[in-house]
Design a protein around this ligand. Structure first.
Ligand SMILES: [Zn+2]
Length: 269
């Protein structure tokens, strides 16, 4: 055992903190317990309730409103702790092998849930045209690397050339094969030797030209929408953390319960 503050192993038992064993670090002279330095520190709610909440949130896409009832805490308590969990998740590190499908999806993510609701209703059901960060419909890029089988979901401020270049920058080989749709922001990739861009034009009824398509991105995008739907209040500045949780969720898919939970908690340490 090491001290969470100074990493020294000169620790001794030192009474208790609530139901937890407390320890004293003889190096920095401070006490700690099992929760110190974790996302569960200073919570009065029993740890197993939090573990249950995180598990249900990731595995079953349970809304925070429902979790609040399940573990019998206030709205503020559940929001604070789940968001503390999602904030602790690291950004995915891209290491593209290719061919890579890239596409964007535009999700509704306003500053305040209510304002956004009113606005989108007045616009009716029409969602034509691409959204923007300013209009509370930020672009979320979806990358599907066929070389590694990895999927990445990354929100952005704009769907423009520089964002796209940044997303495709982390690659293994000099040249990367990229499949896109006919969106203009992908066009500059064609003049660049670092990319071999091929695209499908959806408007022409041409959906999949053998290898060249973005169907993987599209089906992944519908999963992203489903993931976000119980959390309608997600604002655009919290979108990144919710999408990292989505990414983590995918890593848990085939893992049995206990293993899945351990993986999820480890991701925050
Ligand atoms: Zn210490």
């Amino acid at each position: 055992m090491t001290c969470p503050r100074c990493r020294s192993d000169r620790t001794v038992r030192n009474g208790s903190y609530r139901e937890y064993q407390r320890y004293l670090c003889k190096n920095c002279d401070r006490t700690f317990n099992d929760k110190t330095g974790t996302i569960f520190a200073h919570s009065k709610v029993a740890l197993r309730r939090w573990l249950f909440s995180i598990y249900a949130f990731l595995r079953f896409n349970t809304s925070l409103r429902q979790l609040q009832c399940e573990i019998n805490v206030t709205h503020k308590t559940i929001h604070r702790r789940i968001e503390c969990f999602t904030r602790a998740l690291d950004a995915p590190s891209l290491d593209l092998v290719g061919p890579v499908e890239i596409d964007e999806v535009y999700v509704s993510a306003g500053k305040k849930g209510r304002e956004r609701d009113r606005q989108s209703r007045s616009r009716g059901l029409s969602t034509r045209g691409r959204g923007s960060y300013e209009s509370d419909k930020p672009p979320v890029f979806i990358l599907a690397d066929r070389g590694t089988g990895q999927r990445y979901v990354i929100p952005a401020k704009a769907a423009d050339e520089s964002t796209i270049r940044l997303l495709l920058a982390e690659r293994k080989e000099e040249s990367l094969t990229v499949y896109t749709d006919g969106f203009r922001a992908y066009e500059p990739l064609e003049e660049d030797d670092a990319f071999d861009r091929e695209y499908v034009v959806h408007g022409d009824g041409e959906y999949a030209d053998e290898e060249v398509h973005v169907n993987t991105c599209e089906s992944h995008a519908s999963q992203v929408r489903r993931w976000l739907s119980p959390h309608r209040g997600v604002s655009k500045d919290k979108l990144t953390q919710y999408l990292r949780a989505f990414q983590l969720r995918r890593e848990l898919y085939r893992k049995p319960g206990r293993k899945a939970l351990r993986h999820a908690i480890k991701a925050t340490l």
